[in-house]
Design a protein around this ligand. Structure first.
Ligand code: DON
Length: 572
């Protein structure tokens, strides 16, 4: 039986004159007056994403009879317009899904190294890393995967593609009001946009942006129309491909017409494991997310976490040591499994994980000099965005997508209006040299033509009694797997409310550097206790922006948008 849906508005953030009369566009959305809903409960469907307008677009698709895959596609396309720092068509990502018929899916639309890539392409003659070459400008871009991913997932959609892309086209063509956060973010990037673009774009201009300004993206609207009319060829061939290649040739990039034409999104075997009576479904290589999550959850499974309590010195220490061990393995063993034999079975074997925890000493800080990657017998082969969707049939979709850091390479394809990723920096450009997230790597994640760079993106679905229980994920670079790990433990072990599970302070350890990153609101008493154990702590701005849907015992959906951003949860 279905229950009457109801909506809870909590901490709604109003960006612009919310009292003013609303003018709805053809998609039934008012792009000039919108607010973030942080929490909602409904029985018919839920969409949580980084931007209120994108969540509204997704919800309108569900209301028109679309399923969760339709809504995820439309939400991604809307994010590519209203959330240009991370929403994208010039980047890539991953989708995890569990359909109502029980089928589970993992779609890899990660960027790929261009054919002209070489292992040392970001090093100078002395073998030193050339500053910014892998993080700024066209040289930093991998072959984008997002549009291929959208079309690959269309086989599970119900509505025609045009219906899913039209809201994005309208938002690009007619514009929407930008928030103060977006205005500030664009203003902060003005210099770099000037530096890495020879022609004007919607994202940089002489007068600073301010909250409420209308952002119109005419070139992007034309590109979206080519995609609407020609499918994936509207991006990977024809005019759009020509503009991308021209941008590469003009500004020292590597992507060729053949790279674009040959790009393929790939269906992967979803990464699956059991945790305390639940089934966790997440991404396999080339994302480290599923494997790290598996290692971390299994290393805490037999420990009395609930007794310790959330954010207590005992639980934070245990989870930190587990994170350290998993990330040491990431640096050594993880990379695109199409190119490098990642020893997944060995790294998840119960005896191996038990052995890894043998030198764990409660009350005493571990060390990343002592703890290195585990020894195995290898016999076998800041800015991203996440959205979570569920529909009334129980189709659950989690998508994490990215340009890498905010506004990616800062290069806008001239005439095509979209920003290119700087994902090449996720490769290990030199063994042991940290990337922008401080992650190190070696052979497993070295650059090779057509290889996909190792990711941390962790779109995740948790089942309970074989039915969807949680749909979640987050941006945050290397902090993504630890944030998803903590969100799951917050719910399953600490029994926190969904809202608290998302919003309580997070912490992060990634082996190197050997320190715990903590958010500002991290409790003082636990800080002190950890320092006394010998840990180095480093306070930082927010960690991640988790989008969570929790399926309640009565079958309705509780959707939580992270309080750390303008993220918004729409339900009905
Ligand atoms: O794939 C990865 O792991 C990174 N490129 C993700 C970047 C990211 O999450 C930045 N967001 N804050």
């Amino acid at each position: 039986m279905r229950y009457l849906s109801f909506i809870l508005f909590a901490a709604g953030l109003c960006f612009f004159s919310c009292g003013a009369p609303a003018e709805k566009n053809a998609s039934g959305i008012d792009p000039f007056h919108y607010e973030a809903q942080k929490k909602g409960v409904g029985a018919n469907g839920a969409v949580v994403s980084a931007h209120p307008l994108a969540s509204q677009v997704g919800l309108s698709i569900l209301k028109q009879g679309g399923n969760a895959v339709d809504a995820a596609i439309a939400t991604q396309l809307a994010l590519a317009v209203v959330y240009p720092e991370a929403g994208n068509i010039g980047g890539g990502g991953f989708m995890a899904a569990r359909l109502s018929n029980g089928k589970i899916l993992a779609l890899d639309f990660r960027e790929m190294a261009p054919a002209a890539s070489r292992r040392d392409m970001y090093l100078d003659e002395q073998g030193s890393v050339i500053p910014k070459k892998s993080t700024r400008g066209a040289s930093s871009s991998g072959v984008p995967g997002t549009v291929a991913g959208l079309f690959e997932s269309m086989q599970y959609a119900k509505l025609p593609f045009q219906k899913l892309i039209d809201p994005a086209i309208e938002l690009a063509e007619k514009g929407f009001a930008i928030s103060e956060r977006e205005a500030n973010a664009l203003n902060n990037q003005r210099e770099e946009f000037n530096q890495y673009n020879s022609s004007a774009s919607a994202f940089h201009r002489d007068i600073p942006f301010k909250a409420g300004d209308t952002l119109i993206q005419a070139d992007l609207a034309l590109t979206l129309k080519r995609i609407r009319d020609n499918g994936r060829a509207g991006f990977y061939e024809g005019e759009t491909a020509k503009l991308i290649v021209a941008q590469m040739n003009a500004t020292g990039g590597y992507i060729s017409a053949d790279d674009l034409k040959n790009y393929q999104a790939k269906w992967r075997e979803p990464f699956q494991f059991a945790y305390k009576g639940h089934t966790v479904i997440s991404m396999p290589m080339p994302s480290s997310g599923g494997l790290l999550l598996n290692q971390m959850l299994k290393m805490v499974e037999d420990r009395p976490l609930a007794e310790y309590g959330a954010l207590s010195p005992q639980s934070v220490q245990l989870m930190t040591e587990v994170e350290r061990r998993a990330y040491a393995d990431r640096a050594q063993y993880m990379g695109d499994a199409d190119f490098y034999k990642v020893p997944v079975k060995e790294l998840t074997r119960p005896e191996y994980l038990k052995e890894r925890m043998k030198d764990y000493a409660p009350g005493k800080a571990g060390s990343s000099i002592v703890t290195q990657a585990g020894r195995i017998q290898a016999k076998e082969s800041e800015e991203t965005t996440h959205l979570s969707v569920i529909d009334k049939e129980g189709n659950a979709v989690a998508v994490t997508t990215t340009l890498n850091d905010s506004y990616g390479s800062r290069t806008v394809v001239a005439g095509a209006g979209f920003i290119l990723n700087d994902e090449m920096d996720d490769f290990s450009v030199k063994p042991g040299a940290p990337n922008m997230f401080g992650a190190v790597g070696g052979e497993a994640n070295a650059i090779a033509p057509h290889k996909r760079m190792l990711s941390s993106m962790t779109p995740t679905i948790v089942l309970k009694e074989d039915k969807p229980f949680l749909v979640t994920g987050t941006p945050g670079g290397t902090t993504i797997p630890t944030s998803v790990f903590q969100t799951i433990v917050n719910i399953i072990d600490f029994k926190l409310s969904a809202e608290d599970a998302v919003n309580i302070p997070k912490f992060h350890h990634q082996w190197l550097p050997d320190r715990i990153d903590i958010e500002k609101k991290f409790p003082d008493s636990t800080r002190l206790a950890l320092q006394n154990m010998g840990y180095a702590l480093s306070e930082r701005n927010s960690i991640g922006r988790v989008e969570l849907i929790r399926i309640l015992p009565d079958g309705s959906f509780e959707a939580i948008a992270d309080s750390r951003g303008e993220d918004s949860a729409e339900v009905f």
